[in-house]
Design a protein around this ligand. Structure first.
Ligand code: ADP
Ligand code: MG
Length: 741
């Protein structure tokens, strides 16, 4: 890669901030770092060991991919799952990184080809599993190449205290002895302090740069609903996410199968995933999900670490997870791309005894006690009327500073807490008076005074509770009943004909001692979807977004890669908002780097142009942040460097031209090259910003960065060199983040 060559030539250990931004923009297509990324990249470039805990979706891959690109030699990436390696390598290749993997799924010939490329210095990144690292022949091969550093993904797998201990990871303790000069960067999304210490000790990290990012996943909307008719609730939930993909977690294999069938029967593309399915079936279902060929995967917790898909837009739990760690992990699979995603938990106390039953099988006393305490915490999460985010982060000992997170059912104002003591008393009393032998429907009908045959037959129209809640409304009473179930005042019994019965707790409310409060959504269908959408989602033209998604799928199929490898949802959203009409504008879209531009740019530009022809009145929603593409390659020539030196001495453009006997235009060209190579230039001191203002305004709103259209716009009254200067100024501003004129 060009960038790498430049760095090798420069022999610099530490890249300047602008140079990093240049790589970020031109290769990854991102205009800025996410929190903590830059610090980590700098530490690696400074050849320091790194240990970083960052939540899913924080962008850990970039933390090692960018240094791998900039440092001479090859970066070895240790990744636990062979099944994921191909997608990871495809994604790296899609942005133009020279990446490969070595594992047992390849033929000997394929493996040999990779070894050859490695030896020849043709790779930036090599992905392997820990098992491969344990092979003597492999370490011998590694010794013969220039290793820049080792990146360890999912580093928690080395610790017995973590939740995914993998004995093979222990082999990685040998890295420091085998390659003492090679820096190690370890990454994980989950590690308690204890696990962190364990990882650092086991790997033998030397005074590592340690980073612990916030666990907050700001783009996830957390919602808890009382668990009632699970199928109906899940169906309604998925229907509100039409056209999007997500995961539904269920506790047992049987419920997974049944829920998946229920979705299929209702015309929703859904596939089951659990440990009881054949390996090949599981792999096929996961693949279908990755490729957006199915919208829903209904799964047990067996569906886990292997999900690298970035556009999971929802995760719903039909049953209570057994602890908050699992809940955090499972919901964490949503929204990796940073776009909003929706997490729903159907919460009912009825699940507690089912999980307790399994916990009670644990023979170790301490472990069993711990598991119970964790389950209690999970149940508290679901039942308390406290910001969900605050509770989750609090569980990981992190204080969420804001009063209102705006992204959970409690904070978003889409629900309100109401006192439903009277309604609860009516329902409980009706249940007791009818002998705890009827289903929810009948009970609500008794309370609302319905005139049904069943009521007349049973003589329930003569009960004191008959019709007492007539004015409360059936929908509301059903909601109260769901909450009574969720909170354990009522339980479900009976197999063939499920009936409801009151529990020991009912007396507290019936006796009038305790109040019964519940969260009531303002909208009966649950929270308002716009509450999720309003936060952080970029505006976009939905029909164009859909058209681009379809194109993405088509291209992905042709190339045999998952759609999110082509472009992320976020990138397509940005694209449909900006509606680029030329290469230059396309490069301003977040996630479009030089390589993806080359690969996919034309096809997407064509689709956008077609859309614009069909919808001439639809305009781009984002036009103003002009980001210069970094196209210039190679190093600076002597004459350019000389102009740079004179500029540093404080000479203006015209003075330099005069002193060097060059045309103003030529000097402008030099300045552009300097800016593109990442040099910091005080251009405001060089130019008359007042004069350039109107030119800048025109440049920013045109589709290309060509000078001629601007020249024509002003009817030839503005000289070319001023336009060129304005363009340079804009590029500089984008590069250096300078303020607006
Ligand atoms: P992690 O491994 O931490 O879960 P990934 O490395 O898979 O996260 O990155 C998650 C998503 O964030 C990817 O779609 C990636 O392209 C995107 N991303 C990473 N860094 C940035 C950035 N600086 N700006 C915008 N998007 C980013
Ligand atoms: Mg990752």
């Amino acid at each position: 890669m060009e960038l790498k060559k430049e760095r090798v030539e420069m022999g610099a250990e530490n890249a300047g901030s602008i140079e990093l931004k240049k790589g970020l923009q031109s290769v990854f297509g991102f205009s800025g770092f996410r929190p903590n990324q830059e610090e980590i990249v700098q530490a690696i470039l400074g050849r320091r060991d790194v240990f970083a805990v960052m939540p899913t979706g924080a962008g850990k891959s970039l933390c090692y991919q960018l240094p791998a690109l900039l440092m001479p030699g090859v970066c070895l990436v240790i990744s636990p799952l062979i099944s994921l390696m191909k997608d990871q390598v495809d994604a790296a290749r899609a942005i133009g990184l020279r990446a490969s993997f070595l594992n047992s799924s390849q033929t000997l010939g394929e493996q040999r080809a990779v070894s050859d490329a490695l030896r020849a210095g043709f790779l930036d990144l090599l992905y392997v599993s820990p098992e491969r690292f344990a092979m003597a022949s492999f370490t011998t091969l590694l010794r013969s190449v220039n290793l820049s550093f080792v990146a360890i993904d999912e580093a928690h797998c080395i610790s017995e205290w973590g939740h995914d201990f993998r004995p093979d990871y222990l082999e990685l303790a040998n890295i420091v002895t085998l390659f003492p000069d090679c820096p190690i960067a370890a990454f994980t999304a989950t590690a308690t302090r204890k696990v962190e210490r364990d990882i650092i000790t086991k790997l033998g990290l030397r005074d590592p740069f340690t980073l612990r990012a916030s666990f907050n996943r700001a783009n996830l909307f957390y919602e808890v609903m009382p668990k009632g008719d699970v199928d109906r609730q899940l169906l309604a939930f998925v229907r509100r996410h039409r056209g999007e993909q997500g995961i539904i977690y269920r506790m047992t294999r049987r419920s997974v199968e049944e829920t998946a069938e229920m979705f299929q029967a209702n015309g929703i593309k859904a596939l089951p995933y659990h440990a009881g399915l054949e390996d090949s079936v599981r792999a096929a279902h996961q693949e279908a999900f990755n490729r957006d060929e199915t919208d829903v995967v209904v799964a047990t917790i067996a569906f886990g670490m292997g999900i690298d898909k970035s556009n999971v837009r929802f995760v719903a739990h039909g049953d209570l997870p057994k602890n908050i760690e699992s809940y955090y992990q499972e919901t964490g699979r949503a929204g990796r791309d940073g776009d909003p995603a929706h997490c729903l938990l159907l919460f009912g106390y009825g699940d507690v005894p089912r999980i307790t039953y399994f916990i009670d099988q644990i023979t170790d006393d301490a472990a069993r006690k711990h598991a119970r305490a964790c389950l209690d915490a999970m149940a508290r999460f679901g039942s308390a009327h406290v910001c969900r985010r605050k509770q989750l982060l609090g569980y990981f000992n992190e204080q969420y500073p804001q009063d209102n997170c705006g992204m959970c059912d409690v904070c978003s104002g889409t629900g309100e807490e109401v006192d439903a003591t009277v309604e609860a008393q009516m329902l409980l009393s009706a249940m007791i008076r009818t002998g705890n032998r009827f289903g929810g429907n009948h009970i609500v009908e008794v309370v609302t005074g319905a005139n049904t045959q069943k009521i007349r037959q049973c003589g329930h129209d003569r009960l004191r509770t008959y019709g007492v809640g007539r004015e409360k409304g059936k929908g509301h009473l059903h909601a109260v009943l769901r909450h009574l179930l969720a909170k354990g005042f009522v339980r479900r019994t009976g197999d063939r004909f499920p009936v409801l019965e009151t529990t020991e707790l009912a007396g507290r409310v019936l006796g009038g001692g305790a109040r019964f409060r519940m969260m009531k959504p303002k909208d009966d269908e649950g929270i308002n979807m716009s509450a999720i959408r309003a936060v952080d989602e970029m505006p976009c033209h939905a029909p164009l977004f859909e058209a681009l998604r379809a194109l993405r799928k088509e291209i992905a199929e042709q190339q045999g890669v998952p759609p999110f490898v082509v472009f992320s949802d976020r990138t397509l959203r940005d694209m449909s908002a900006r509606m680029p009409s030329g290469e230059h504008e396309m490069l301003c879209v977040s996630g479009v780097g030089a390589h993806k531009m080359e690969q996919y740019g034309a096809a997407f530009l064509e689709a956008i142009a077609a859309f614009r022809t069909e919808h001439p009145d639809v305009n781009p929603l984002v036009v103003d942040d002009y980001i210069a593409p970094f196209t210039r390659k190679g190093s600076l020539s002597e004459t350019v460097k000389e102009t740079g030196m004179l500029m540093e001495e404080g000479l203006g453009v015209e003075a330099i031209a005069e002193k060097r006997g060059l045309k103003v235009d030529t000097v402008m060209g030099h300045i552009e090259k300097l800016v593109e190579s990442g040099k910091t230039v005080d251009i405001n001191g060089l130019v008359d910003t007042e004069k350039l203002k109107p030119i800048v305004a025109v440049l920013r709103h045109q589709a290309t960065d060509e000078l001629k259209p601007v020249f024509e716009h002003f009817g030839g009254s503005v000289p070319y060199e001023d336009i060129r200067l304005a363009r340079t100024w804009l590029r500089l501003r984008a590069l250096q983040g300078a303020g607006m004129m």
